[in-house]
Design a protein around this ligand. Structure first.
Ligand code: FPP
Length: 292
C-alpha cells in the first residue's frame, strides 16, 4: 500500500498538517459503508459547480468574500471524501470566463484567494498524492504571478496518481471549444491534421487526458450548468443539491454518489428491461420517460 499521507486540514496552515479532520481509510472505507454505496459503481469523474458562497455569507450578515473563504474547508473536505471513496478525477469550477463581470472587489479577492489557497495547500495536496491540474485560459487578465504558481503546483504534483484534482479557472466551455476549433483549423492549414472530427477536437481541449464526466453536481439549488464542461459532461448524470457550497462536505458528496448509483445510464442505447408482472410472466417494460 503506498503512503497515502496525512488527512487534509481544514485551513491548510502548515502547523495543522495531520491533525484535524477525520482520517480517510481508502476506497473501502467507512464513508461508502455509511451511505450503503456499491463500491463497484463509484463514479470515476465527479465535477462540481461550487455555488452559494455569497448567499451563505449574506444569510449570516457577512460579505460574499467571507463566503468564499468558508468555501475552502468545503472544498478540502470534498477532496478528502473523493480520496476515501476512490473517485479518480474531481473537477471544480473556481472562476469562469464570465466571472470577470463580478464587482471588481470580488474579482480581486478571488484572484488573491486562489493564489493564497495554492500557496498554503499545494504541499499538502502533494503529500496526499493528489495531482493538480488547471483548465482555462492562462493569458491576460490572469495575473502572471498566479499563472506561475499554477505551473509550479502542476509541476510539483505531476506524478501523483491517487486523485487528479482539476481546477477550472478562467474557464468557459464555449471558450474551450472555440480554442480547440481554432487549433484544429491551424493544424489542418499546416497539414498536420486531415479531418476535423470529434477526436480531433477532443485532443485539443485544455486537458485531453480528462475522462468524460460521470457525475456533475451543482450546489445551492440552481439548476443550470453555466458554461461548465459542455463537451466532457455530454453524458454526465446531473445532481442539483440545495446545500450552499460552504456547507458541502464528504457526506454530501457521498449522498450525491448514492443518487448517481440510483440512475440508469444508457448513453443513447435504450433496451427493453423485462420485468415480472403478477404471476411471473416476463414482459417488456413500458418505455419510461426519456427512453427513446
Ligand atoms: C458558476 O456560476 C459557478 C462558478 C463559476 C463557481 C464560482 C465559485 C467561486 C467563485 C468560489 C470558489 C470557491 C473556492 C473555495 C475556490 P456563475 O455564478 O458563474 O454563473 P450563473 O450566473 O449562471 O449563476
Amino acid at each position: 500500500m503506498p503512503d497515502e499521507g496525512s488527512s487534509l486540514s481544514p485551513t491548510g496552515s502548515s502547523s495543522s498538517r495531520g491533525t484535524p479532520g477525520a482520517p480517510t481509510t481508502g476506497p473501502s472505507g467507512a464513508l461508502a459503508a455509511r451511505h450503503q454505496l456499491d463500491r463497484g459503481r463509484i463514479p470515476g469523474h465527479v465535477a462540481i459547480i461550487m455555488d452559494g458562497n455569497g448567499r451563505w455569507a449574506n444569510q449570516r450578515g457577512l460579505s460574499r468574500n467571507a463566503g468564499h473563504t468558508a468555501g475552502e474547508q468545503a472544498l478540502f473536505d470534498t477532496v478528502e471524501g473523493a480520496l476515501e471513496l476512490g473517485i479518480t478525477d474531481l473537477t471544480v469550477y473556481a472562476f469562469s470566463t464570465e466571472n470577470w463581470r463580478r464587482p471588481p472587489s470580488e474579482v480581486r479577492f478571488l484572484l488573491g484567494f486562489n493564489e493564497s489557497l495554492l500557496l498554503r495547500r499545494k504541499d499538502e495536496l502533494h503529500d496526499r498524492k493528489v495531482r493538480v491540474r488547471f483548465i482555462g485560459r492562462r493569458g491576460r487578465p490572469v495575473p502572471k504571478r498566479l499563472v506561475g504558481l499554477i505551473e509550479t503546483t502542476e509541476g510539483l504534483t505531476r506524478d501523483n496518481r491517487r486523485l487528479t484534482l482539476r481546477i477550472a479557472f478562467n474557464y468557459g466551455a464555449q471558450a474551450e471549444l472555440a480554442d480547440a476549433a481554432a487549433r484544429a483549423a491551424a493544424d489542418q492549414a499546416a497539414g498536420r491534421l486531415r479531418t476535423i472530427d470529434e477526436g480531433a477536437l477532443a485532443a485539443r481541449l485544455y486537458d485531453p487526458e480528462m475522462p468524460a464526466v460521470d457525475l456533475l453536481v451543482r450546489t445551492s439549488g440552481e439548476q443550470r450548468v453555466s458554461n461548465f464542461l459542455l463537451w466532457q459532461a455530454a453524458y454526465a448524470e446531473l445532481a442539483f443539491v440545495d446545500t450552499l457550497w460552504p456547507d458541502f462536505d464528504r457526506e454530501t458528496l457521498a449522498r450525491c454518489v448514492a443518487l448517481y448509483q440510483g440512475r440508469d445510464r444508457r448513453f443513447g442505447g435504450a433496451v427493453d428491461t423485462p420485468r415480472t408482472v403478477g404471476g411471473g410472466t416476463p414482459e417488456a417494460a413500458h418505455d419510461r420517460p426519456g427512453s427513446a
